[in-house]
Design a protein around this ligand. Structure first.
Ligand code: AMP
Ligand code: MG
Length: 503
């Protein structure tokens, strides 16, 4: 049975029950062209709770005691609806691997409804793996246990790292067979976000030449999520500029933490700048700028070092879709702001990783050279950055623990001397800096092999590893007693696991 009490909550719960969660479905009030009304298709076997996330529950004021009720698994396992829910599948299209696909839409996810917490924040509850919808195309509308565990744990990991993400409320399993490369079991995951609107939601109306719908969508999104722009004259261009900024900042965070999304199609790009649609993602183990985490991405379109550029490419698709609403020049100016915004954010985050407080012109080179050393040695990204916390600026310090990660020790020594001088130039104190960098360089990340271990155990109905990782990743920056092995590099079997889109 699921454990839900392992994470310390942010505040005393407001204590809504499943019965007192109220729903306010603004998306269902939009024109019918925006979605298809469809109910979840229950599993043919009884769904059971695998894990529930009390932090996400807190966001919707749901009392944690509710999470263990059988009604919770029924509701969020697709077998029941709460009053006020108006389930629908959202329409969107998008560019997949650079090619425009005129219709995608929620093929296996259903927006159950929106609920508001006492602070006035609105959350979409989206049930992934809920069965066929009119947008399922050739798919079966299901999600397998493996992929839902990956999404569930990575949402928790991103949350712990402070990277904008959709949230995962719970993971519900079943004994239903689902056919992929092999027979697996079906599961459902409740995803929460203030909005599930994607770049592709705009693209579909643009390419269909439905400019009225496009305007309705833009007005709706601005009204709900960019309300400071509601009454601004050039609100569509300003809205675009905001999306550019959020996207640039999001991707800078991915780059700084060493994470690749794997399928950055425009239908997987959140209009709110959240990490959305977890599939064949990957945290890097050994550093390789050209890291491709998606086994199906043969040309490396979505390789780690391509992500900043792909962010821009995707934003240019969104700009195009907004052409009927905003001046071309204003949209172009929005796009031109992307690179400087990205650079600024990336440099800020990288400086923080190195514990540099001031910004100096030579910092970029110092950082670039370090990345070059990492690349040359294929050193473990997370471990080496964590060890920066132990770096000593003492005169005769050799920084051996770090040094051992690098094949070219002379080049490391040369770099370390520059780094030491740079730190001294701003009067950096080793002990003080360590505390600071340990809050930005995580000790624990969701390495692929860790997720794989949890998946394999879960496939035998042992969910303990999901709980262990969930708790660990909630606080990735602190040393956690007894969890040392989770900070080690992967064992040989776990180094290059193939992860693809088939989920
Ligand atoms: P993704 O690669 O997960 O972002 O999915 C791309 C599109 O395929 C989206 O429209 C999904 O809803 C749809 N899709 C993915 N898997 C399935 C499935 N098993 N059944 C139906 N539609 C799916
Ligand atoms: Mg998707």
């Amino acid at each position: 049975m699921a454990k839900v009490e392992t994470v310390v909550l942010h505040k005393v719960m407001a204590g809504r029950t499943l019965e007192t969660l109220s729903f306010d479905n603004t998306y269902a009030r939009l024109p019918q062209a925006f979605y298809a009304r469809v109910n979840p298709t229950p599993f043919s076997t009884v769904p059971y709770l695998i894990h529930a996330n009390p932090v996400a529950a807190d966001l919707i004021d749901l009392d944690p005691e509710q999470l263990t009720r059988p009604e919770f698994a029924a509701l969020f396992g697709g077998s029941a609806l709460a009053p006020g829910m108006e389930p629908l599948a959202m329409l969107y299209s998008g560019h997949q691997f650079g090619v425009y696909v005129p219709q995608l839409g929620d093929g296996r996810a259903i927006l159950l409804g929106e609920t508001k917490n006492d602070r006035g924040d609105r959350w979409d509850l989206h049930l992934k793996g809920a069965g066929l919808t009119p947008f399922s195309r050739d798919g079966d509308g299901r999600a397998v246990l493996r992929s839902t565990i990956r999404e569930y744990l990575c949402c928790a990991a991103m949350q712990g790292l402070g990277i904008p993400t959709t949230q995962a409320l719970c993971l519900v399993g079943s004994d239903d067979k689902v056919y992929r490369e092999q027979v697996e079991t079906g599961a459902m995951l409740v995803r929460m976000a203030p909005s599930h609107v994607r770049f592709g939601t705009f693209e579909v109306f643009y390419y269909r030449k439905q400019h009225e719908q496009l305007r309705t969508l833009a007005d709706y999104v601005i009204d709900q999520h960019f309300s400071h722009l509601r009454d601004v004259a050039d609100k569509y261009a300003r809205f675009f500029a905001d999306v550019v900024e959020r996207t640039a900042k999001l991707i800078a965070q991915w780059q700084a933490i060493g994470w690749a999304h794997g399928v950055m199609n425009t239908d997987n790009m959140s209009i709110l700048g959240l990490t959305l649609d977890y599939g064949p993602y990957g945290f890097m183990d050994d550093y390789d700028a050209g890291f491709i985490c998606n086994h199906s991405d043969h040309n490396g379109r979505y390789a780690f070092n391509q992500q900043p550029y792909i962010g821009l490419w995707n934003l240019s698709c969104l700009a195009q879709a907004l052409l009927p609403l905003a001046e071309k020049e204003a949209l172009k100016a929005g796009l031109e702001a992307y690179q400087p915004l990205f650079d600024q954010e990336y440099q800020k985050r990288m400086r923080a990783k190195f514990g540099l407080v001031e910004a100096q012109p030579e910092d970029n080179e110092l950082i670039r050279d370090f990345m070059g050393l990492l690349q040359g040695s294929h050193a473990d990204y997370t471990i080496v950055f964590r060890e920066l916390g132990t770096f000593s600026t003492e005169e005769n310090a050799t920084n051996d623990t770090m040094r051992e990660h690098f094949l070219n020790r002379e080049r490391f020594d040369e770099w370390a001397a520059r780094y030491r001088d740079r730190l001294r130039s701003e009067g950096s104190r080793d002990d003080e800096r360590r505390d600071r960098v340990d809050r930005v360089n995580p000790k624990y990340v969701l390495r692929n092999y860790l997720a794989q271990t949890a998946i394999e155990k879960a496939q035998t109905k042992d969910f303990s590893e999901i709980d262990r990782l969930f708790t660990l990743l909630h606080d990735p920056f602190s040393d956690q007693p007894g969890m040392e092995s989770y900070a080690l590099p992967p064992p040989n079997w776990g180094k290059h696991l193939a992860v693809s889109c088939s989920s």
